[in-house]
Design a protein around this ligand. Structure first.
Ligand code: SAH
Length: 261
């Protein structure tokens, strides 16, 4: 069955067997584990996963790929295709026997950040996640304070998960080749969250606010929320930039705001 890759669905299909093997090796799928794949495409990663575990749920937006997936993969195990937009998909419907599931995806790069935030709302159901993303996005997710790439995405991802950049994948491994390098990232939700956030909604808002103008000081970005004295009382210099703060310091600021409400 012929299928023209579609740009609007962010379609770059993996065809490099070495890379596919490396990804599967990193995921280390075991028989009987619950797997959910987002954007299976024509099944480059789905095929070895299905062989290893025997059944899989996939969420794919492009309805033209569905007959191709069935044709390529049905003989290998139980393939359940959910034709849907992953950004709106209720992943909690895939929980079986109260067991958390593992998430895998070579994600369309244009939706990767909103999709990561969407998945955060299902973290109690997720045991781990492996994604292929634009390398630059993986670098931002894994960045530490005092680096140019450290920002809202780093803080929010590392607040919820252990973030590990695994390896880089070059454009030539895909058809059509993307314009940028890609990287595989592993996300492991913290078994118990190491931070004591009073109100996660306020925490998320404060992180966004602190980075709203990267080059401005905390005092400036938080002007309407906390006074200079209130920031100082946390032992944080109001004249510094958000990119110098540890996650625990964002937590302190957020909890201070919560306590004032
Ligand atoms: N995993 C495959 C395909 C990667 S391309 C491979 O590695 O070869 C990205 C895939 O995500 C495509 O199949 C595309 O149709 C699908 N996709 C794009 N937007 C989506 C969305 N919002 N929800 C679910 N799938 C989506």
């Amino acid at each position: 069955m012929a299928h023209q890759p579609r740009k609007r669905f962010g379609q770059n299909f993996l065809h490099d067997n070495m890379v596919i093997q490396n990804i599967i090796h990193a995921i280390y799928p075991q028989q009987g584990e619950n797997f959910v794949e987002i954007g299976p495409g024509k099944g480059a990663i789905t095929e070895p996963l299905l062989k290893a575990v025997g059944e899989i749920d996939v969420v794919e937006l492009d309805r033209d790929l569905i007959p191709i997936l069935h044709q390529n993969l049905d003989h290998l195990g139980t393939l359940r295709i959910h034709q849907s937009d992953a950004l709106k998909f209720d992943f909690s419907t895939l929980v079986k026997d109260n067991q958390p599931f593992r998430v895998v995806g070579n994600l369309p790069y244009n939706i990767s950040t909103p999709l990561l935030f969407h998945l955060i709302s299902f973290l109690p159901h997720i045991s781990d996640m492996h994604f292929m993303l634009q390398k630059e996005v993986v670098d931002r997710m894994a960045a530490k304070p005092n680096s140019k790439t450290y920002g809202r995405l780093s803080v929010m991802m590392q607040y919820h998960c252990r973030v590990e950049r695994l390896f880089v994948v070059k454009p030539g491994s895909f058809f059509p080749p993307p314009k940028v390098d890609s990287a595989i990232v592993r996300l492991e939700p913290h078994a118990t969250n190491p931070y004591n956030v009073v109100d996660e909604k306020i925490f998320a808002q404060i992180v966004t606010q602190c980075f709203s103008q990267r080059r401005k000081t905390l005092r400036n970005n938080l002007k309407k929320i906390l006074t200079t004295e209130e920031i100082e009382s946390l032992g944080i210099n109001p004249g510094c930039r958000a990119e110098t703060l540890e996650i625990s310091q964002f937590v302190e600021i957020a909890n201070q705001v919560s306590s004032l409400q």
